[in-house]
Design a protein around this ligand. Structure first.
Ligand code: FAD
Length: 401
């Protein structure tokens, strides 16, 4: 382990690995510190849906670019990640749900997403297995799903082959500042000198932010998922519920994966994962209601996971005016897997060139205290005046050391 690093990335989930890959591709040697295993937290619990639809409109440019990147991930990372781009059906069962869905579809169309409202007859052509209660759906043909373990592992493997250094089972316990700037990351095993640290710590992102004296309006949200035995192919789309109560898909190997909340009160958890499973049976009942054909299918495993939920439902990304050298990439609020390829690229661009090719101003930390319209450290070269640990010309500086 070097005790000096260009960049330290806290967290070896899909986000940390995607950032590490993009930085390593640019010639840096990022050090990734992961307190458990690669993909051991949300990235290993996820449903693997990669969608643009049903997102906050602010996320749409990033989501659309991420889906484009998913299409080339196989070749880029040299590994089949079981990416299936066969659409996302968001199922409605009442006039009220249809009305809300229509508005949502129109809003998403207005920012350039290709999606439409379809009726029951059209749904049956795409998926003949939906139950009678389904009367319409929002349908986005370019959404899909992946194998999350393979995606995370593919980023990890490629980043490592390009020179990224990994330390698993090592926990970041503190971040040292000097005159307000990042100068070192302290772990339970050592101290690493660095002037740049990326907070990709998922649900622990708030705790990591607290290490540099700032706080995030983030809370953990408990959710569960289940998987069945493998069955012959039925359908390829990602399935969602109009109100987001459940989601699921058939994986390419045959098992069905379903997850969600299913109307159960959200369990707010402070700390480790709860050990009991109470949502699984509720998810199963709802899935059978929507897909009666699955009623005798055998569930073989359930698991729980925590979502890093921000107060406004969108991630916090980029530099922080108050703490030069501290970069956010966390708070994905339950839909970060779909964004991982683009987040990896944008955070890397920000670190290397001080400017992200898709504006991320809406996601800055400063939104929590400055309100809607604001300038922030992430806005291009404005960063140079405040974030001297990164700008100007971090790339040149790094080459010279
Ligand atoms: C059940 C479930 C289903 C989901 N379904 C979907 C879906 O279908 N589609 C979608 O897009 N998203 C989905 N999500 C959300 C998605 O999984 C996350 O947004 C995404 O995986 C976040 O990745 P991450 O790398 O930011 O966080 P994580 O995968 O949680 O990684 C953060 C890592 O940081 C490490 N870490 C934390 N603190 C420290 C420290 N102090 N020192 C060292 N390491 C540390 C953790 O151990 C962890 O491995 C789902 C989430 C859950 C829980």
């Amino acid at each position: 382990m070097p005790n000096k690093a260009d960049v330290v990335i806290i967290g070896g989930g899909v986000t940390g690995n995607a950032i590490a890959y993009n930085l390593a591709k640019e010639g840096l040697k990022p050090v990734v510190i992961e307190k458990s295993d690669i993909g051991g937290e949300a990235s290993g619990s996820t449903g693997g849906g990669v969608r643009q639809s049903a997102r906050n409109l602010k996320e749409m440019p990033m989501a659309m670019e991420s889906i484009r990147l998913y299409g080339q991930l196989h070749e880029e990372l040299g590994m089949d990640v079981e990416y299936v781009r066969e659409g996302n059906l968001r199922l409605c069962t009442s006039e009220e749900e249809l009305e809300t869905m229509r508005t949502s579809v129109e809003n998403q169309k207005s920012v350039g997403l290709n999606l439409e409202m379809i009726d029951r007859k059209q749904i049956l052509k795409i998926n003949p297995f939906v139950g009678e209660k389904v009367i319409g759906a929002g349908y986005c043909p370019t959404d899909g799903h992946v194998n999350p373990f393979l995606v995370t592992y593919a980023f990890f493997k490629k980043a490592k082959s390009l020179g990224a250094l990994y330390h698993t089972h090592e926990e970041v316990t503190d971040i040292r500042l000097r005159r307000g700037k990042v100068v070192a990351v302290i772990t339970d095993k050592q101290e690493v000198e660095t002037d740049l640290v990326v907070n990709a710590a998922g649900i622990t992102g708030r705790k990591v932010a607290n290490m540099v004296g700032i706080d995030l309006p983030m809370r953990p949200v408990f959710t569960e998922a289940l998987i069945t035995e493998p069955y012959p192919p039925f359908f390829k789309q990602m399935i969602g519920h109009a109100k987001g109560l459940f989601y699921g898909r058939q994986t390419v190997h045959g098992p069905f994966l379903w997850g969600g909340f299913v109307g159960t009160e959200t369990f707010i958890h402070q700390g480790g994962k709860p050990l009991f499973h109470f949502i699984g049976p509720a998810i199963s009942r709802m899935v059978i209601d929507f897909f009666p054909i699955l009623k005798d299918f055998h569930v073989i495993r359930t698991w729980s996971g925590l979502i890093a939920q921000m107060s406004d439902g969108i991630p916090v990304l980029g530099l922080v005016d108050e703490v030069p050298g501290f970069v956010f990439a966390t708070g994905f609020s339950g839909h970060g897997f779909g964004l991982a390829p683009v987040i990896g690229r944008l955070i890397s661009e920000l670190i290397m060139d001080c400017e992200a090719s898709i504006p991320i101003n809406d996601f800055c930390y400063s939104r929590f205290y400055r309100g809607g319209d604001h300038e922030c450290a992430c806005k291009g070269n404005a960063a140079c005046t405040t974030v001297t640990a990164i700008c100007p010309n971090k790339r040149e500086w790094l080459k010279s050391i």
